[in-house]
Design a protein around this ligand. Structure first.
Ligand code: G4F
Length: 325
């Protein structure tokens, strides 16, 4: 049975990918940072399963900036597939902490590529790239050939890492893939990303726990899809030969305002009575016209999205209502 190693296993994508790989019969190893809090809520159900935890699912402590430990984990696990999902993933925050964003996002990818380059049998390598690399694109929709024009520190950091993956694929023959994923969401999304923030607030207002929702620019538009579909795309992209890059996206754009309207409609409330603008959430620069063309992933991988935007926001809002009891 194949063995996979995942950086960022405790995140939204890492947890869905773990479930998918376990279903497919993989042994899954994850790299986690040591923190004083042991709460890893997205994987809690798997830790509680005696057939899974420490039988087919293992965790290892390592830091992305600690090459020795990373090398040691990679050598001892000897994965067939390595999914590199970890990094500082909040775009707005990347303006506040650009150095650590680049350390975690750009240099960690290069560090892992350097480690696997020296292996006799390097694993297949998946890099979680992002639509942020397109930034302010001159063409729409964006595909694998669209030039990178990032406008945020995060976008630049991802662009560096994405191009390094291409260099290692072409120059060292590593089976390395960039999944250029557009926004993908679920009830497991971090609470400071806009879809989760809106769905959570709509549910909390419905339950009488709060009265308003503060947002930045509600005219901002993104191509939002359902995260479990995207981890399937990650796995499919790594099975395909020869290795290449794949845009994973829905091909449809919606505004933050659409997210608000869909979430408040789910709880049957009038958003106009609860929405406030807060300049603190307006970014210094924000990509525009981001919408992906998933044609190559459809043709070569048979990848399809399973639910639309409205259904996704409805599910996320209902999950928040359930969480609140
Ligand atoms: O949910 P967001 O924070 O996601 P963003 O910045 O597009 O980044 C996410 O998707 C990228 C592409 O896949 C990933 F690379 C990245 O790691 C992350 O997963 O913001 C979405 C939009 C932005 O235009 C933002 O300016 O919503 C706008 N927005 C408006 N008010 C807000 C808010 N975003 C947040 N987080 N909070 C607000 O109050």
């Amino acid at each position: 049975m194949p063995t996979a190693l995942i950086t960022g296993i405790t995140g939204q994508d890492g947890s869905y990918l773990t479930e998918l790989l376990l279903e497919k019969g993989y042994t899954v190893h994850g790299i986690v940072r040591r923190t004083s809090l042991l709460e890893r809520s997205r994987l809690r159900h798997l830790f509680a399963d005696p057939e899974v935890y420490e039988k087919r699912l293992f965790l290892h402590y390592a830091d992305l900036d600690d090459a020795t430990t990373l090398r040691r984990v990679i050598l001892s696990v000897a994965p067939d597939e390595l999914y590199h999902l970890a990094g500082q993933s909040h775009v707005g925050l990347s303006f506040e902490i650009p150095e650590s964003t680049c350390q975690l996002t750009s240099l960690s990818t290069l560090r892992i590529l350097e480690i696997i380059r020296d292996l006799a049998n390097p694993p297949r390598f998946y890099h979680a790239s992002s639509s942020e690399v397109f930034g302010s694109p001159k063409e729409s929709p964006q595909n694998e050939d669209t030039p990178f024009r990032p406008v945020t520190p995060y976008g630049y950091a991802k662009a560096f890492a994405t191009q390094m993956v291409g260099i290692y694929r072409n120059s060292f023959g590593i089976h390395a893939v960039n999944g250029i994923t557009f926004n993908h969401e679920s009830p497991r999304r971090g609470e400071n990303f806009v879809t989760r923030k809106v769905c959570r607030a709509a549910a909390a207002i419905k339950k009488g726990l709060t009265s308003h929702l503060s947002l930045g620019d509600t005219s901002a538009r993104r191509d939002w899809g359902w995260a479990p579909d995207y981890v399937k795309g990650m796995w499919l992209s790594l099975q395909h030969s020869p290795a290449g890059d794949y845009v994973l996206a829905t091909g449809r754009q919606h505004s933050v305002q659409d997210v608000v309207e869909a979430a408040f409609a789910t709880v049957d409330l009038d958003w106009r009575q609860h929405l406030k603008r807060d300049e603190r959430f307006v970014r210094k620069a924000d990509p525009c016209n981001l919408v992906g063309d998933p044609g190559k992933a459809r043709r070569e991988l048979g990848w399809e999205v399973s639910i639309d935007f409205e259904e996704m926001i409805r599910r996320m809002t209902e999950a928040e209502l359930e969480n609140l009891g």
